[in-house]
Design a protein. Structure first.
Length: 129
């Protein structure tokens, strides 16, 4: 499957939902992060990652309502992060990732974000970047 295509979105949703069940600290509120990735093979891709006490998942498109936070980056940067070759923190410091919304929740929810990254990391071997 190709990174960020429809097949990947379905697999990412399942991987995150399955991985989230084993997270000790799931938080007490729902968090949504809206991603915009420019320059993907299919053009600009938007998707949403959501997690909280009722579970976690990934869905194509913009979230209903305003996301808790947003991330905007180019495809190469997104692929490096997804492959574990870089991190969102490094990309942000290099000016390759723009943050919006309540970015403090990204700091407070660092453990949940790491768990989400671990769950999505399980797709690396099956994904073409």
């Amino acid at each position: 499957m190709q990174y960020l295509d429809d097949e990947w979105m379905v697999a990412a949703d399942k991987a995150l939902a399955d991985g989230w069940a084993s997270v000790d600290e799931q938080g007490d509120s729902e968090t949504t992060i809206g991603y915009t990735v420019k320059g993907a093979p299919s053009g600009k891709v938007t998707y949403t990652v959501r997690f909280g006490p009722d579970g976690a998942g990934v869905s194509a498109g913009k979230p209903e309502g305003d996301p808790s936070a947003t991330m905007e980056l180019d495809y190469d940067t997104a692929a490096e992060i997804a492959q574990g070759e870089s991190s969102a923190q490094v990309a942000f410091m290099q000016g390759r990732l723009k943050l919006g919304g309540d970015v403090t929740l990204l700091i407070r929810g660092a453990d949940q974000l790491a768990a989400a990254g671990d769950a999505l990391g399980s797709l690396r071997d099956q994904t073409q970047f």
